[in-house]
Design a protein around this ligand. Sequence first.
Ligand code: ADP
Ligand code: MG
Length: 467
Amino acid sequence: MMLEAVIGLEIHVQLRTMTKLFCADVATAAAEPNTQVCPACLGLPGALPALNRAAVALAVRAALGLGCTVHRTSVFERKSYFYPDLPKGYQITQAARPLATDGTFESVRIRRLHLEEDAGRLLHDRVAGSTAVDLNRAGVPLIEIVTEPDLRDAAGTRAFLTRLRRALLHLEVSDCEMQNGSLRVDANVSVNAPGRAAPAVRTELKNLNSFAHVQHALEYEIDRQTRILEEGGTVEPETLLWDASAGRTRRTRGKESDSDYRFHPDPDVPPLTITDAWVAEVRRNMPELPAAKAARFAAAYDLPPEDIEVLTADPALASYFEAVAQRVDAKAAAGWVMTEVLGWLHRHDSRIEGVSVDAQALADLIRLVEQGRVSRQAARRAFTIMAESGRPAAEVVAEHGLTQVRDESRIAEWVDRTLAEFPEEVASYRAGRTRIMAFFVGHIMKLSGGTADPQRSTALLRERLER
Ligand code: ADP
Ligand code: MG
């Protein structure tokens, strides 16, 4: 029996707004628990919600970026259920009439995109022996993006999510950090004979804390369902939690049907009207999407596709690169950003916003290398010092003695010391193993703290070795 997986995603994205969706509380989670709350998001009797225009604008931008049709009228409904992190007893969301529908992104159809408010959070480690509730997040604006079941395998789903996240970052609608919950993914999966319509029975995977977890959970679940079907069994529709440390899914509860939530229009929130003029305004202010940026970089900077992929992964990195490339040769700029800057960010678990070498400072350093005043190796050291101190290139180079030495007599000193130290290597060079030239040059670099001009050093070495 040939079986095929069918996968559809529900993706929650926290919008980057100052305040919550229906009240003026600050929408950041960083504050002390229960300090960003008010009668409206606590659901106190008589408090009225007021829709946040900025959140709507970001949702419209996301919808347009994913090729959706934005509807003139959409309706906020109450989704009622009981849970301790939901003080109102219902979530305001959009159900029957969502903000936007019918998009496509990377060949995956987007069924709908709607606005809703987040719930609070349960804290299990705050009060010994009890569970505490933090309602700062209650009412924070989210968009939910629902795809059609167009994905077919675990690795492809992960690749899709990586591209979707990249697009949302470029659209500047969210910081999309899975660790802090501003991007959350639920994956629906079923297994089917290819060519036939997707079967009704699917499971929903939750508790997916990274794209790697999404992939692993899907691989596990596709395997599990395949085995059940091959043995002639039936798959139960259910919600499963991914247990990453055990590498398996666990049962929670059966899937509830929509009617359990008693959806009905919220009597306190009027239908949302979005005029053509508003859509046009959002369109005018759309940031550049990754595909357009990549095409522009290819035309403007003559870089290989792999480099462009790396440089456009994050919009902040892309604009940093562009700011450097406007000041020095683009290839040199790309090389420095991809090796030194990304290496530094990786070692310090930081983002480009956190590096204290701005584009001007990096361009200055690259120019010193291009002028032959600093060797590539010494410049790497200078970069590290600049990143730690935030000081300009010329100052760091001068102060730390990193200026390239081109003076023949000083280079000759290092050359002679090196040749005296390694007589066997000298003999083997003279016997024809000329490849060890790199070893001699490396040693001169070590002696000179990376300041010796490598070209002059090589020339002088050759002169001495070949006479
Ligand atoms: P519900 O009405 O229960 O919310 P939907 O049909 O609206 O279910 O789909 C919810 C999510 O499940 C969507 O992301 C959709 O792509 C996905 N989905 C639907 N059918 C399947 C299927 N057979 N296999 C996998 N995913 C599916
Ligand atoms: Mg849903």
